[in-house]
Design a protein around this ligand. Structure first.
Ligand code: ZN
Ligand code: ZN
Length: 207
């Protein structure tokens, strides 16, 4: 009797049929719980929605680079390192598009369930190791949203828009101005201008 075909490894494993694992979650099996044990984590994950404030943010699905180090400490897992993500937004002064890169240091303790840190912290103040993994998304979300400027500008000295014509002042010549006469004074201005030839009526600028 022929042997049953061996199940193919990899593609046909039960894991392959599950939806892709959440890339923001990190399994801690490799790190373990021995204090002092360390693990580097280099990972690029897609930005979820909501990494933004009103005028600027990380586009949903854009690559967020995690350059992190996980360190097992007595109370939990200390996560530290840098997060980098592309930013897209709008200048609060001139409304021009802004493209930038956010590079942000992060450091956070994920406490073990039942640790003193968990017991002595308010529920919403402490991040927890859930089972044998941690979820990095809320930590990175908080850090990113806190770091985003509420009034982003396209440059430090953006002059904004001309109040009269709405053009970007930085795109206009330095002496850009409008000889706008308030319509309420237009008639009066005509009456006050002495007719040409009147003595003393010359334009002072011509002197
Ligand atoms: Zn601007
Ligand atoms: Zn103008």
């Amino acid at each position: 009797m022929p042997a049953a075909p061996l199940p193919r490894s990899g593609a046909a494993s039960p894991d392959a049929r599950r939806p892709a694992a959440d890339p923001w979650r990190v399994e801690l099996r490799e790190l373990g719980r021995r204090a002092g044990s360390m693990q580097e984590l280099e990972r690029t994950v897609p930005a979820p929605e909501g990494f933004r404030v009103e005028l600027i943010g990380v586009p949903e699905g854009a690559p967020v680079e995690l350059h992190l180090r996980l360190e097992a400490v007595m109370e939990g897992v200390l996560v530290s390192g840098t997060v980098e993500a592309p930013l897209v937004g709008q200048c609060a002064r001139c409304l021009d598009d802004i493209e930038d890169t956010l590079s942000l240091p992060v450091q956070e303790l994920f406490a073990y369930e039942g640790s003193t840190t968990e017991a002595t912290s308010d529920e919403d103040e402490v991040r927890l190791v859930e089972g044998e993994r941690i979820d990095l998304e809320p930590m990175v979300r908080d850090a990113v949203v806190l770091a985003l400027p509420l009034s982003p500008t396209c440059s430090d000295d953006c002059s904004g828009l001309c109040v009269d014509c709405g053009e970007r002042l930085d795109d206009l010549p330095a002496d850009h101005s409008h000889d706008v006469v308030d319509p309420r004074w237009a008639g009066l201005a005509g009456k006050l201008t002495p007719p040409p030839g009147t003595p003393g009526g010359g334009n002072p600028k011509e002197n």
